[in-house]
Every structure is written in structure tokens, then in C-alpha cells.
Unconditional design. Sequence first.
Length: 217
Amino acid sequence: MTETPPEALTSDPAAPQIAQSLAEIRVKGRGLFSRALVMVNGDLSFDEEHSYRTPIAGARSGGTTRYSLAESKDDGRGYQGRVDKAQARMSKQDSEVAVLQETWDWIEALHSSFPDGAHIRVVVVGNIGPCTGCKARLELFRQDLIGLFGAGRVIVESVYDTKQMFMTKNYEEKYEDYETGTTSTVSTTYGYEFATVETYQPPNAPQSVSYWLYQVG
Ligand SMILES: [Zn+2]
């Protein structure tokens, strides 16, 4: 076994928390799970005042919420101009929808207590990269944070540990539009084509941990 050379290891101070979240998600077994790590001004205490670790959510954790992209009532927050309607509908109960809602609720409740000019970093950690619909949700979420914190003060990242950086799946004839009764082929890509690999060496562990990381926006 070869050791990872020190210069190839990540210098991200949040890497231990990211690796721990990936491990906690892995023991959940089959299914798609995610959680967010939210850090104000780089805080890593996760004391729920300066930084926050959401619960791990599975699919169907949340229905029509702020980030469903399927609520047409919500002006400017729908799928239109972002993804296909089918794409948004088939993914509207993905774990990320619940995680982004939980993250937004925490930020909104505590925002007034953050120092002026605060920076925020949100890492959405999952066992598979976000689908095409959830990529659009992450972008919408990032825009919300920019509205709150200002441009240049927001980092939103996606982390996952599948073998492949990204994979495309075609769901043929499986998606039925319940309004029109038509079926369509939906192609969705999990993960990001231009993610980078991050490698973290836990202290006293025999092997390093590697994962994909992509900065949204
Ligand atoms: Zn998704």
C-alpha cells in the first residue's frame, strides 16, 4: 500500500467533518442520502449558532417546499428556464430538497445574529452527486444566499463519493405527466463533470478518504 504524499492532501479545514458525514451517510445503506454543513465565517464548532450540521435526509423527506422547483405558485422559483418540467417533477422529493429547506430555515432564523459582512459556506454532502434537477436547486439556493450575504461572501459546494465523477441515466418512458397523460424520456446526470478530487488523511487511520468536490456557480 502506498501512502498519499502530503502535498496531495486537501488543506480544507472542514475535511474532517466532510469525511465524517460521508461515513455517517454510508452506514445508512441503500438509497440516496444527503446533509448540509453550514459554516459562518469558517466556524467549525457546529454549535448550531455559528455553524450547523443538518440531519441526514433520505428521499421523500420533504415534498413541496422552497426548493422543489415544482411550486408554480411561487413566482420565479419554478422549473421554468432552469430544467425541464419532467426533470423537476421526478426529483422534487429528492433528499436535497429537504436538506436545502432545512439549511435555509436555519440561516433565515439566525441571519440577524451573524456579524456584518459575514461569509457563509454550505457543503451539501451526499452518497451520489446531485441530479440535473438538484443542480438547478443548488444554483437557486446559492442565489438566495447571495441575496442575503452579498456576492463574494457565499460558497456553495457539492461533495459525494461515488466511484465515477458523474454518470448519466436515461429514464425512458417511465415518467408520466399526470396533467397531460403523456410519457417522456428523461435523461439526468448525477454529479458534476468538472468536480475535483479531494483527499483527506484521518489521524491514526490506515487509509486516506477521497471524495469529489464541486463549487456551484
Ligand atoms: Zn436530485
